[in-house]
Structure formats: structure tokens, C-alpha cells
Design a protein around this ligand. Structure first.
Ligand code: NAD
Length: 302
């Protein structure tokens, strides 16, 4: 039987509807408007497209949103001053510095300068530590891993006691999603294994996964025979494998493939995310969710 296709596009839309309601209520009852600032240095086309998407969504949800464009040659000191300005601005509850930054700027220094209580990307070491401690301590979960958890929970898979295998140990996907799934509590409480380039038998680990999360960045790494029948497969990989002509625009667009052989895997798994349209659409939505959470915390709204 063919797997249920977990549509990130649909789940993201559903969460945005919930968020819009929450934002409207916050405005009406408490006069609080969530505020998000995105800082873009230079004019990298991919970065422009990412921040534009974030600003557009923030605007649609009724946030106070502002994009701060800085020239590619802005000094590190000036960028740090800018971050400090938004750290102190009470209208702003979330600060996002779009990466990558130009080579003359120390990325770590800039990210670490963001007030951890406005770090809606969840990458500040304090928030990484808070996630590790778990429970009420965890303030802002990093957006892609938080989106992965939502997809699993909303597709009805039992996570408590489930064998979760995560392929990849990056700081932005692998490690945080493993940390999220092992916490005690709803939507987690799983037995988690992380596999990576140093793992001896990738196949054996993947085969026993009730929930398999793949974030390696290697197209087709996970073979269909590695998938446990009926399991939930979350493919985080986004790999450009070529180009094709778009019928809509008449322009060349990238052909994207995941880390899992989707067509064959969907005949074995119980549920699977497509690429594109799976994890991808969730990331911006979870950034908005973190910003709403931050605004509530700052305003003392329960
Ligand atoms: P990364 O390169 O930082 O980390 C990849 C991890 O996979 C590493 O820990 C490595 O050990 C492991 N790995 C690589 N090849 C392997 C192999 N052959 N066997 C076992 N392990 C292997 O990548 P990342 O930033 O974590 O991103 C992973 C993928 O997810 C990429 O394709 C990226 O584009 C995608 N991604 C998507 C989103 C989104 O959809 N919103 C967000 C982040 C990343």
C-alpha cells in the first residue's frame, strides 16, 4: 500500500491560520503586536529570497515587521551596534540575521550578540543549552527541527517509546531534532539514535526506525530496503540535481531531490514527506510561531 504523503505545505497553512487567530487575540485583548526584524547584509539572491519570504509571512500574520538592509561592506562593529539597537527595541520580539555573512564578519560573534530572549532562530548557545535541559527551560526550538516534530505529531504517529533514527549530526538539524525527540513529554519521549559519517552500519540502524529522520544532504542516500514497513519517514534533504524548464514562467528552475528515494520508499513507509513540499514550508512558519511566543513572554501573556 502506498504511504500517506505528509504535506508540509498543508500543515504550515494550518499552523498559520492558528497563529493569525492568536495574533488577532493578542492585539485585541492585550494591545500586543509581535515584532520581527530581519537583517540582511549584501545582496546574495538566495538570502534576499529567504528574507523576503519571512517578511511576507510576518506581514500576512499582522506582525510589526521590518527588514534592515545593510551593504556588503558594513563593518562588524556597525552590525553589532545594529543588533544591540534591536535588542533594546521593545517593539521587536524576534531578531533574525540572515546567513551567510560576508567573510570579514565573524558570524558567531554576531549571532551570539542577539539577546537570547529574542533569538527566534534558536541558535544562540543559551537556547541550545535550554533545549538540552528541556521542559519549561526550552524557549525557542530551532525552526526546521521544530517543524519536523510538528509534522510527525500532526500526522498522528506515536512518538512515545518509538525508535527514532536521525541521519546527520549538524547543529541546525540533526543534533537539535534528536534532542527534541528524546525529551520527556508530549510529541517526544522517543528512543533516539543519531547516525552519521562515522557510523559503521547505516542500513541496520535505519531498518529498525519507527520514525526515520534523514538530514544528510546526499541525494538518494537512504535506499527503500532500509525502510521499516509502515514507518514514518521525514526527508529533510534538499539537493539540486539538475535544472528544468518551468512551464509556468518559461525560466530554468532547479530540480530538487531529497535524501530518500521517494518513489520506491512510499511503497514501503506508512507516511513520508515529499521534497519539495515536506519539511521546507515548515521552517518559516515555525519562525513565526517562535516570534509569537517571544511576544507573549515579553508581555507576560500566559
Ligand atoms: P550538514 O552538511 O551540515 O550535515 C549533514 C550531516 O549528515 C552531517 O552530520 C554528516 O555526518 C551526515 N552525513 C552526510 N553524509 C552522510 C553519509 N553518507 N552517511 C551518514 N551520514 C552522512 O547539513 P544540514 O545543514 O544538516 O542539512 C542537511 C540537508 O537538509 C541538506 O540537504 C539541507 O539542504 C537540508 N535542509 C533543509 C531545510 C529545510 O527544508 N527547511 C533546512 C535545513 C537543511
Amino acid at each position: 500500500m502506498s504511504a500517506k504523503i505528509i504535506s508540509g505545505t498543508e500543515v504550515a497553512t494550518q499552523i498559520r491560520v492558528e497563529l493569525k487567530k492568536e495574533v488577532d487575540e493578542m492585539k485585541e485583548k492585550h494591545g500586543v503586536v509581535p515584532g520581527l526584524v530581519t537583517i540582511l547584509v549584501g545582496s546574495n539572491p538566495a538570502s534576499i529570497s529567504y528574507v523576503t519570504g519571512k517578511q511576507k509571512t510576518a506581514h500576512e500574520l499582522g506582525f510589526y515587521s521590518h527588514q534592515d538592509d545593510q551593504p556588503a561592506d558594513v563593518s562588524e562593529a556597525d552590525l553589532l551596534k545594529l543588533v544591540d539597537k534591536y535588542n533594546k527595541d521593545p517593539k521587536v520580539h524576534g531578531i533574525l540575521v540572515q546567513l551567510p555573512l560576508p567573510k570579514h564578519i565573524d558570524e558567531k560573534k554576531v549571532l551570539n550578540a542577539i539577546d537570547p530572549d529574542k533569538d527566534v532562530d534558536g541558535f544562540h548557545p543559551i537556547n541550545v543549552g535550554r533545549l538540552m535541559i528541556g521542559g519549561d527551560e526550552a524557549k525557542f526550538l530551532p525552526c526546521t527541527p521544530a517543524g519536523i516534530q510538528e509534522l510527525i505529531v500532526r500526522s498522528g504517529y506515536e512518538t512515545s517509546g518509538a525508535e527514532v533514527v536521525v541521519v546527520g549530526r549538524s547543529n541546525i538539524v540533526g543534533k537539535p531534532i534528536a534532542n527534541i525527540m528524546l525529551q520527556k513529554g508530549k510529541g517526544a519521549n522517543s528512543t533516539v539514535t543519531i547516525v552519521h559519517t562515522g557510523t559503521k552500519d547505516l542500513e541496520a540502524h535505519c531498518k529498525r526506525a519507527d520514525i526515520l529522520i534523514v538530514a544528510a544532504g546526499v541525494p538518494g542516500l537512504v535506499k527503500p530496503q532500509w525502510i521499516k514497513p509502515g514507518s514514518c519517514v521525514i526527508d529533510v534533504g534538499v539537493n539540486r540535481v539538475g535544472e528544468k524548464l518551468s512551464e509556468k514562467t518559461g525560466k530554468m528552475i532547479p530540480i530538487l531531490k531529497g535524501d530518500v528515494d521517494f518513489d520506491a520508499a512510499k511503497e514501503i513507509a506508512g507516511a513520508i514527506t515529499p521534497v519539495p513540499g515536506g519539511v521546507g514550508p515548515m521552517t518559516i512558519t515555525m519562525l513565526m510561531k517562535n516570534t509569537v511566543k517571544s511576544a507573549k513572554i515579553h508581555a507576560g501573556i500566559k
